[in-house]
Design a protein around this ligand. Structure first.
Ligand code: NAX
Ligand code: ADP
Ligand code: K
Length: 568
């Protein structure tokens, strides 16, 4: 999946509806104008990729997504394309009905059935405008079969994949979760794969989560004129609570995050190496030191002023090799660790990689009691699951992969990975009687009670819901790994980092490097959410820069190049 560069605010489907409604209720823009803008954006995207007019088949569903489809058909026809339009005989809302009427003045509408779809001549482009953000339950009957046909059922998926343009999303995809309603969460062969997906105003979580990046193809985010309703005196009306960071965070964001002098005690240290913080990486017993060394090397490379590796004394001998910049100090028990952490110049701790569950369990109390910014990974997470969350605080970053997440939050994992249960619609999911007020309410509620918004979700429980619930329960930042890494803070703020483009990052030890990068950034004084999000991004950039064949040892060495590429 490709998107335009820069960080991008993400809106849930309910928030998108509220925004659209607020704009329309202002009286300054109509729903029809928004739909015209949406149709024009899709037509432009098609013409940009297929410059010569050809044959297009447009499949229009029962709602406004279908309305967009009729608008696209009319624009392409006027540009010289040969159109075949299939639609339903329902009565859509007024804007979609107007678009349908406008198309009907230009050409016929065949009934959208499997037989009709199959019977038609081959097209250069297929436009999927069946369902968008309004999908509320699994597609059934004819429409489900047509969606399966688009997915290549009974034929060659490639037959459509390169020619399928999705309006907002490939139909059947839930744009709040990235899963397909009514189908296995892991996906199957019937998921339509688009070459191109054009979405409006902002991406939705489902474009980045689970099956979304695989099924959406290239993602185009089209401005349809809603910006001014998201801003008030230059401020976002709604705080940026959910941000996607794929591909690059804007370089400026990254620069600010990494090199702006942190407004904390570190600044008092002037240009001294301590101004860049001191990270302590706890290591494990003899023969298991590699993971912690990977993390320590990464913490050094990302710019922590000092990094100390702390194995048991008996294992010090294992760490005699490079890097020479790394300091080593034996730490045998919690008392020794507490004594070490009495030094206020140690600004962050990472514990877990290669630590051993028993040692991690024995040392965890001292780490948490020190109240330091810390990363809890690997064995520390297993120990935490056994010990309970007491002592966690809002400067802790937990970095579980799926298995560790299941140990820590079994009920949330069950909701995420168990049989999908559709939720009933909730307050705020439907149009609000006073949408302008509704947007202002969203803003106020987010500031006053941050958890209020995190309960707003789509029909399926998503990875975003799971990470947010976990962070709220733990009272710490949770970074839930995977090709779609979700980072959530206890106050409901979240980031999604999509790494679907770098499957080679899933290699032994990559997580240890990530823990080290985050520890290094925490040591430098970044707030936990930013350290985790920026760390996930830089980690992935290192993997992108190296390319296939990557082993975890290669990642720290790529970091200077990553920073240089960003002009840092
Ligand atoms: N929200 C916005 O700001 C804009 C939305 N636009 C378009 O409008 C779309 C959303 O429109 P709608 O809310 O009408 O939703 P959709 O067009 O996605 O479809 C929902 C319609 O299908 C029905 N439906 C839902 N699940 C179904 C199922 N499983 N089987 C059969 N029928 C089902 C619903 O009752 C509703 O009528 C967006 O995806 C986008 O394409 C654009 O026109 C521009 C602006
Ligand atoms: N399919 C994938 N594509 C890209 N990145 C992935 C994929 N699966 C996992 N990752 C990333 O690879 C890293 C693996 O970390 P982890 O599971 O802790 O491995 P380890 O314990 O071996 O270090 C994480 O950063 C994770 O987000
Ligand atoms: K669609």
């Amino acid at each position: 999946m490709k998107t335009r560069p820069g960080w991008t605010e993400v809106l849930t489907c309910a928030e998108m509806r509220a925004l659209e409604q607020a704009a329309m209720d202002s009286g300054k823009i109509t729903g029809l104008a928004l739909m015209e803008a949406a149709g024009a954006a899709v037509a432009r995207a098609i013409q940009g990729r297929w410059p010569l007019p050809g044959h297009a088949t447009v499949l229009c569903g029962p709602g406004n997504n279908g309305g967009d489809g009729y608008a696209v058909a009319a624009l392409l026809a006027r540009a010289g394309w040969q159109l075949r339009v299939l639609g339903l005989d329902n009565m859509p809302g007024p804007d979609a009905a107007e678009m349908k009427r406008r198309w009907a003045a230009l050409g016929p509408i065949e009934l959208l059935t499997c037989d009709a779809f199959r019977a038609g001549a081959d097209s250069d482009v297929y436009v999927d405008a069946i369902f968008g953000t309004g999908l509320a339950r699994p597609p059934e009957g004819e429409l489900a079969q047509i969606i399966a046909l688009l997915g290549g059922l009974g034929g060659d998926r490639a037959c459509f994949a390169q020619r399928l343009v999705a309006v907002d999303c490939p139909s059947g995809l839930c744009l709040d979760s990235g899963a397909h309603l009514g189908r296995p969460r892991a996906g199957d062969d019937r998921d339509p794969h688009a070459r191109l997906t054009v979405t409006f105003d902002s991406p939705k979580p489902g474009h980045f989560l689970e099956r979304g990046p695989i099924c959406c193809g290239e993602l185009v985010i089209a401005d349809i004129g809603l910006r001014q309703w998201r801003e008030c005196d230059g401020r976002a009306l709604r705080p940026a609570r959910l941000i996607a960071i794929w591909p690059p965070l804007a370089v400026e964001d990254c620069r600010a995050a990494i090199y702006a002098p942190p407004a904390n005690r570190l600044a008092k240290q002037g240009g001294h190496k301590f101004a860049n913080g001191h990270a302590l990486i706890v290591a494990g017993p003899l023969g298991q030191g590699g993971a912690a060394r990977l993390g320590a090397r990464a913490a050094l490379r990302i710019g922590a002023g000092l990094v100390t590796l702390a194995p048991p004394k008996a294992a010090l001998i294992e760490h005699l090799g490079p890097p020479d910049a790394l300091m080593r100090r034996g730490v045998d028990d919690d008392e020794a660790l507490a004594a070490m952490l009495a030094d206020p110049r140690i600004t962050a701790v990472a514990i877990g990689p290669g630590c051993g569950v028993d040692r991690a369990g024995a040392l965890l109390g001292a780490v948490l009691a020190s109240n330091r910014a810390c990363v809890l990974d690997a064995d520390a997470l297993t120990a935490l699951a056994a010990r309970g969350f007491e002592g966690l605080h809002d400067r802790c970053v937990l970095t579980p992969h799926g298995g560790e997440f299941a140990r820590l939050f079994p009920d949330l994992d069950e909701k995420l990975n168990g049989p999908p249960a559709l939720r009933p619609p909730r307050h705020g999911d439907a149009a609000h009687p006073d949408p302008m007020r509704h947007m202002a309410d969203l803003h106020a509620r987010a500031e006053a009670a941050p958890q209020a918004l995190t309960g707003r979700h789509g029909p399926l429980y998503s990875k975003l819901d799971a990470a947010r619930n976990a962070a709220a329960r733990a009272g710490a930042v949770v970074l839930l790994k995977g090709p779609d890494t979700v980072i959530a803070a206890p106050d409901g703020q979240a980031r999604i980092h999509s790494a679907h483009d770098i499957p080679w990052l899933a290699t032994a030890g990559a997580g240890d490097v990530l823990a080290g990068i985050i520890a290094g950034l925490l040591a430098r004084g970044l707030p936990p959410l930013e350290a985790a999000a920026t760390g996930a991004f830089l980690h992935a950039q290192a993997a992108r820069r190296f390319g296939p064949g990557l082993i975890a040892d290669d990642l720290p060495g790529q970091l200077p190049g990553v920073l240089r590429d960003m002009g840092l």
